[in-house]
Structure formats: structure tokens, C-alpha cells
Write a protein that binds this ligand. Structure first.
Ligand code: DQA
Length: 145
């Protein structure tokens, strides 16, 4: 089963919005780099992006049957969404939380994450490289499973 890589609001603009914070790589670049890293470990990925909380929750439900693990960058929903936390708690496989920026260096409202209450690991501040590092970690976790 593929690894689902879920991206929340505004990440469709990756590469264009606030490049001083999020860099110039796009979500297509992320997808290509993650697919290559996964293939090195005999794994595959499916990358999703939605600006809508309910769609993200539906995709997490879909992952219950269709994904081996979840890598999620919930965007601003990180800091607001009990509903995404609840959905992730209904998923049995490994969950990794990825933030492009170092949220702890930023505004106080970005310091708390609901999703971290479920995540098996969290990465922040490694730029888009964080997604690839999550894929490598996921390969380790899935091998151990
Ligand atoms: C983000 C950090 C969030 O605080 C922000 O709302 C985002 C992106 C990151 O990847 O650094 O949209 O999750």
C-alpha cells in the first residue's frame, strides 16, 4: 500500500507564497522527490492537497484501507483542528507530521499542534527536504512493522 502524503490549506501555492519562509520548490517538486526516495525503498506515495478540512478528513478515512502510513502537513489546521486529530486517531499505521518552516521560531499560535498528539514523529524547519526525511523514516517504521 502507498504512503499518503497529505497537505493542508495554502500548500497548493508552495513555491509562490512567502518563498522567504517556504522556499521556491513547488508541491510537484515535493511529489517527485518523495516518489524517488520511496522507490529507493520499494515503496510508493500518493500526494494530496486540499484547502478544505472535511476533504482532508475524508482522505484520512480513505487511508484506513488504502495507505500503509500517513505523512501530513496540515498547514494552519495543525493549530486548530481537533477533527483532524480525531481522524488520525482512527488510523492504525504510522503517522509523521511535517512542517516546512520551524514553527517554534514563529508566532506563538504556531507553537501548539493538535496533530502532534498522534504523530509518531514530527519534523519542522528542514524546508521541503523534511518531506523526504519523513519518507525515509516511514520506510524504517514500515520495515519494523
Ligand atoms: C506550515 C506551518 C503552519 O503554521 C502554516 O500555517 C502553514 C505551513 C509549515 O509547513 O511550515 O501553512 O505547516
Amino acid at each position: 500500500k502507498p504512503i499518503f502524503i497529505l497537505n493542508g490549506p495554502n500548500l497548493n501555492l508552495l513555491g509562490k507564497r512567502q518563498p522567504e519562509i517556504y522556499g521556491r520548490d513547488t508541491l510537484e517538486d515535493v511529489e517527485r522527490n518523495c516518489a524517488a526516495a520511496a522507490a529507493d525503498h520499494g515503496l510508493s506515495i500518493r500526494l494530496f492537497q486540499s484547502n478544505h478540512e472535511g476533504v482532508i478528513i475524508d482522505t484520512i478515512h480513505q487511508a484506513r484501507d488504502e495507505a500503509s502510513g500517513i505523512i501530513i502537513n496540515p498547514g494552519a489546521f495543525t493549530h486548530t483542528s481537533v477533527a483532524i486529530l480525531d481522524a488520525l486517531n482512527a488510523f492504525d499505521g504510522p503517522v509523521l507530521e511535517c512542517h516546512i518552516s520551524n514553527v517554534h521560531k514563529r508566532e506563538a499560535f504556531r507553537h501548539h499542534s493538535y496533530v502532534s498528539g498522534r504523530a509518531d514523529g514530527v519534523i519542522a524547519g528542514f524546508g521541503v527536504q523534511g518531506y523526504v526525511l519523513c519518507v525515509l523514516r516511514m520506510a524504517t517504521l514500515l520495515r519494523a512493522a
